[in-house]
Design a protein around this ligand. Structure first.
Ligand SMILES: [Zn+2]
Length: 108
């Protein structure tokens, strides 16, 4: 293989987000769309993280699947949480695209 093939194919081994896995293994689900008026993406991501964490004790809420989109481009979603699977099978609770190592979600 040519040099750099690991980078080219690294996405193949990235775990799917929890909601994507469950979409194929669980019964049909419904998603609640709760519009929140925030004027910039950074504020929307911060507020989404706060709101999602405040609902963490509700078992139906999938924190890792939380996304933010512009009102007029709802098909372009921005992940709120990293949600990578860690070696101990817990999920990373840090923000999406964070710097540094993943940290586990210790749950509610
Ligand atoms: Zn992470």
């Amino acid at each position: 293989m040519s040099p750099g093939w690991e980078h080219q194919y690294s996405g193949l081994f990235t775990p799917l987000p929890r909601f994507a896995v469950e979409a194929y293994t669980e019964r049909p689900r419904y998603v609640i769309h709760l519009p929140v008026a925030v004027t910039n993406l950074a504020e929307a991501l911060d507020l989404a993280r706060t709101l999602a964490r405040s609902l963490a004790s509700t078992p139906q809420v999938d924190l890792g699947g939380t996304t933010v989109s512009a009102e007029d481009a709802q098909h372009v979603r921005h992940w709120v949480f990293c949600d990578r699977i860690m070696p101990d099978r817990r999920r990373c609770a840090r923000e999406a695209d964070h710097a540094g190592a993943c940290l586990p979600n210790d749950g509610p």
